[in-house]
Design a protein. Structure first.
Lengths: 137, 107
């Protein structure tokens, strides 16, 4: 774990360059979180194996592999299946959050989001996921 | 938020305003192109651009633009198979252009 107990290493997967830049600044500068970034799902699969993040934030609608397809591949891979995944999406329809959780996501952050609040929210979700993971073992 | 971060955010927001202005013009052209048989490609391009603005504008503080883009995204999803422009779709793209114009001066 590169993020140690206090702060997780985050892999942010987002194809919108403006959102990627803003979210990275918020997570790094406001939250003090180490962040790696990718712009599509296929790149995220390789980066997740390489950098071994503590948490992955996945955009839902992306080129090459969308968020759902990327999550399924991450869960199929023994090297990445344990990594908690948060979806970040503007496509939240009634019932869709439940579907995303059923796929294996630990939570869903709707867009638009408040960049100032984003780091706190991400860390809260990560800590909750880690506690649930520990209690399940 | 530190002064440095506020300055960086201000630069990002100014750049984002340029994107909204550019993409709202593109969306208006794409909606017009539906009338001349733009077809599935135009519909897909409208959906992609509207979705992107719907998800990003509010994050940069442009809630009105985000709401208009979300409305446009809903209307384009409801386009029937022959790709005809509905009054609601035309209204939605006009509303987005107006919201983009209201972003106005420095943020």
């Amino acid at each position: 774990m590169q993020g140690h107990d206090a702060l997780p290493l985050v892999l942010l997967v987002e194809d919108d360059p403006d959102i990627q830049e803003l979210a990275t600044m918020a997570l790094e500068s406001i939250g003090g979180l180490p962040v790696r970034t990718c712009s599509d799902g296929a790149a995220a699969l390789a980066e997740a194996e390489a950098c071994k993040p503590d948490l992955i934030i996945l955009d839902w609608r992306m080129p090459v592999l969308n968020g759902g397809q990327t999550l399924l591949r991450l869960k199929e891979n023994p090297a990445t299946r344990h990594i908690p995944v948060i979806f970040m999406t503007a496509s939240v329809q009634p019932g869709q959050v439940g579907q995303m959780r059923a796929m294996g996501a630990v939570d869903v952050i709707p867009k638009p989001f408040d960049p100032v609040e984003l780091p706190k929210l991400v860390v809260e979700i990560w800590r909750r996921a880690r506690q649930q993971g520990n209690s399940a073992q | 938020m530190t002064a440095d971060m506020q300055a960086r955010l201000s630069v990002m927001r100014e750049r984002y305003k340029g994107r909204v202005e550019r993409e709202s013009r593109e969306l208006a052209q794409l909606v017009l192109s539906l009338a001349s048989g733009g077809g599935d490609q135009a519909v897909a391009a409208i959906a992609r651009l509207a979705h992107g603005l719907a998800g990003s504008a509010g994050t940069f503080g442009f809630d009105d633009v985000g709401a208009c883009a979300a409305a446009l995204e809903r209307e384009v999803a409801a386009i029937d198979a022959n790709g005809k422009i509905t009054p609601a779709l035309a209204d939605a793209v006009q509303a987005l252009s107006a919201a983009a114009a209201r972003m106005g001066g420095p943020v």
